[in-house]
Write a protein that binds this ligand. Sequence first.
Ligand code: AMP
Length: 214
Amino acid sequence: MKNIIFIAPPAAGKGTQSELLIENYNYIHISTGDLLREKQNENSELGNKIKHLLAKGLLVDDDIITKLLREKLTSISSPFILDGYPRNLNQASILDKILEELNLTVDVVIYLNVDSDTAMKRALGRISCPNCNRIYNKYIKEKMPKVEGICDCCNVSLVSRSDDNEESFKERFATYIENTKPLLDYYDNKGKLVIINKVDTPNETFEEVKKVID
Ligand code: AMP
């Protein structure tokens, strides 16, 4: 099976597509956002620094996130989905080196082409389970929990992310345009980029993702 990188604006649906891939295929999901959200709960200087950056919608330093990613990649076997890394060209070249060291490859880079207004709406409606990380959305019918505000799997209250507010979203979107979008050319030049433009609903997008995987 193909190892995948997802590239998309914030709240475009990378996490949801990853969940669908895990349900339908045998993928390991590596979300650098999840790794950082776990780390920010640690009562340490590093935890506090990460918490501050995440709340503001700013990128965490390349060396911090790269260390977490390397540990994760070393501990798993393929196939994997990389969700949230690389976020800039420096991280892309670091990733190439790590993959070479670990004798791994990325086969395809999937870009979810979602516009800013749609992504903002998804961010403002997003709620997730603090226990299993499953993602729901208050405004998207397909993504609503069966009981309002409660995780279908864990029966615990759903929470909003500290960075899913309008101000933080705008910062993250601007960072995405400046730092992350240039990666599209980087992977296009390597012949690995696939663009998905059908992104109205999670299932519609997943049909397109499946075509890439299969
Ligand atoms: P995400 O869950 O992918 O939306 O990421 C949430 C936040 O975590 C981002 O807004 C960044 O602050 C941070 N983050 C996630 N991945 C990275 C990365 N590769 N490099 C730097 N910061 C990251």
